[in-house]
Design a protein around this ligand. Sequence first.
Ligand code: KMH
Ligand code: ZN
Length: 308
Amino acid sequence: MSKIIITCAVTGSIHTPSMSPHLPITADQITEQSIAAAEAGAAILHLHARDPENGRPSADPAHFMAFLPRIKQRSDAVLNISTGGSATMTLDQRLAAPKMAEPEMCSLNMGTMNFALYPAAERITDWQYDWEKPFLEGSDDLVFKNTPRDMAHVLNEMGDKRGSRFEFECYDVSHLYMLRHFMDRGLVQAPLFIQFVFGVLGGIGPDPENLTHMKLIADKLFGDDYGFSVLAAGRHQMPLITMSAILGGHVRVGLEDSLMISRGTLARSNAEQVLKIRRIVEELGRTVATPEEARGMLHLKGGDRTAI
Ligand code: KMH
Ligand code: ZN
């Protein structure tokens, strides 16, 4: 089996400050947690930004640039910037920072969908900031828009013009067929790095049977032209990514996807989750890829060819 790439998604736009005191918010916190996650074994850092004043998900390039160069200076990890941002942002907003930074990698979300975060609001009683409750509750009428035109635009802006390669976020089997469509149009090239996403309300559920089915269909559609990684939301994170490691896939951890380290216990940092999955996959006989090895496996352009 090939080496296993650990991605760490450090902060994201699903969780809010009231949910965990360990969620990194400021540029200092995002920088320190990213570097610790890389030192723990993450070859790729998947990054979103937040407004340091109130922790709100932010698309402001200034917020990204407050931490990206600092991480790059102190770590060799592959920097992967989200183009999904938050469903509340326009595509132009979502692309502003990736276009400026020209990273080695960025995410690409493979379909329009519901992204329902509102059940989480019921579990919170003490809200730190005014924006959090309406942000979560409003997701019962929110469309995460990723039309074929949007995807082609991201591929052109980030791939063709800037040489970034992609973490293709597939939240359902249908998204695999959409990715195949873009391959047939010659807009995406092998080797594909496909992130199977489980447990977002609006996407496929976090059942083990769904992972085998996603892999079965991806094998059929892409053959040897792809590698897969798994992320799963909340308490399903560790079990499903362990299954990915067993099946020969890669893994993604991080507080973006789950705030927990085990049932009922908050993770104190991103690095804690990286160390946990690293222990598991090494026990299973897999060897963790370095950033340089991940660059080779994914055909990345190199850290020296970004604008960070
Ligand atoms: N938080 C994941 C479920 C993106 O940033 O483009 C989805 C994600 C999307 O990471
Ligand atoms: Zn993300």
